[in-house]
Design a binder for this molecule. Structure first.
Ligand code: NAD
Ligand code: ZN
Length: 344
């Protein structure tokens, strides 16, 4: 079968021929129907050898959807032919975090070498993929896999970031989304669907600002100093009650810190090397700052329900598997609108 693999540090990914995998005991073989390309793929492919821990060759793709093709011995709970989405942050399934469905924070995944597909285990950018347990599958029902696959990360991650801030996002408040790409354009929609806050997107690229407006942002501004003044005036002088930084570089975390008021939330989702210093003299009082990773299994179900209700959708550009490396070129150039989806 064909797979898009990262083969050599510093070189672009390649489409190669590999053996079709066979599901082991308890595992599920999916015929992949769609695979999203995330900026985190680009991030790991930018790492120097000393910091690269995902194994080579690596079949990319941590946003996956497919049709159940084969069940390994003892694998139950899904049917052959069923259309499913893959919950990506695999954990051990039994520790305290996993027992709550928070496999993204599994206590043992790291030490036991349990790796998400596309981030250690072979991913979804292939004709077939192995999922280690039916527990990591969510039925898609009548949802279109190409339109929904990105919800497994570009939807789930912003949802998980936004959920704890909901009680603060009352009518009259302002929520700011920094970076209106794959995750950010979903963040805008999730905020609009779940809150009465005014949603302001910041992005240096005009097409990304237009995308934010198209999917429901109330305002879209350049990502610079000038936006701070505008955010203050759009919030009656108060500032942003929650900031979701989907870039996470020094300039954006610094910007986030300057637009908040006492008791605001700053959520750093992007994996740039930025940071928000917390201390008595650094931020308005009681600002909460955190950096979440992905989301829980039950939250993925909630995100899929939001899509099913029509409240959110992913803006997609589709590519064949042979063109998978092009998605990353386009992502690097910043010319993808929403999410690039590979359809084998
Ligand atoms: P993307 O490439 O689709 O979008 C990035 C957007 O940010 C683009 O629109 C770009 O123009 C914009 N941008 C760049 N510099 C900016 C700046 N200074 N100010 C404002 N906007 C700026 O990327 P994506 O797939 O949405 O991923 C976003 C980030 O989230 C990446 O860092 C990715 O690695 C990270 N991520 C984190 C998690 C997590 O669990 N924490 C999960 C998935 C992705
Ligand atoms: Zn991702």
């Amino acid at each position: 079968m064909k797979a898009c693999q990262y083969v050599e540090i510093g070189r672009p990914p390649q489409v190669v021929e590999v053996d079709k995998p066979t599901p082991g005991p308890g595992e599920v073989l999916l015929r992949v129907t769609a695979s999203g390309a995330c900026h985190s793929d680009e991030f790991i492919m930018s790492l120097p050898e000393s910091r690269y821990v995902y194994g080579l060759p690596l079949t990319l793709g941590h946003e996956g959807a497919g049709v159940v093709a084969e069940l390994g011995e003892g694998a139950t709970g899904v049917e052959i032919g069923e259309s499913v989405a893959v919950y990506g942050p695999w954990g051990c399934g039994v520790c305290h975090a996993c027992a709550q469905g928070k496999e993204n924070y599994c206590r043992y995944a790291a030490e036991r070498g349990i790796r998400p597909p596309g981030l250690g285990a072979p991913g979804s950018m292939a004709e077939y993929m192995i999922v280690d347990s039916p527990r990591h599958l969510v039925p898609l029902g009548d949802l279109d896999p190409v339109a929904t696959v990105a919800l497994t990360d570009a939807g789930l991650t912003p949802y998980h970031a936004i959920k704890p801030t909901l009680p603060k996002l009352l009518p009259g408040t302002v929520a700011v989304v920094i970076g209106a790409g794959g995750l950010g354009h979903m963040g805008v929609q999730i905020l609009k669907a779940l809150t009465a806050a005014t949603v302001i997107a910041l992005d240096p690229k005009e097409p990304a600002r237009q995308l934010a407006l198209d999917v429901g942002a109330d305002h879209a501004l350049p990502s610079d100093e000038s936006s701070i003044e505008q955010i203050r005036s759009l919030s009656g002088g108060r500032g942003a009650t929650a900031v979701f930084d989907f870039v996470g570089i020094e300039t954006t975390t610094a910007l986030a810190a300057r637009m908040v008021h006492p008791e605001s939330d700053i959520v750093v989702v992007g994996v740039g090397a930025g940071a928000v210093p917390v201390g008595f003299f650094t931020l308005p009082f009681e600002v909460r700052v955190w950096a979440p990773y992905w989301g829980s299994r039950s939250e993925l179900e909630e995100v899929l329900e939001l899509a099913r209700s029509g409240a959110i959708h992913v803006e997609t550009e589709t590519f064949g598997l042979d063109d998978a490396p092009t998605v990353y070129e386009r992502m690097h150039a910043g010319t993808i609108r929403g999410r690039g989806i590979v359809v084998p």
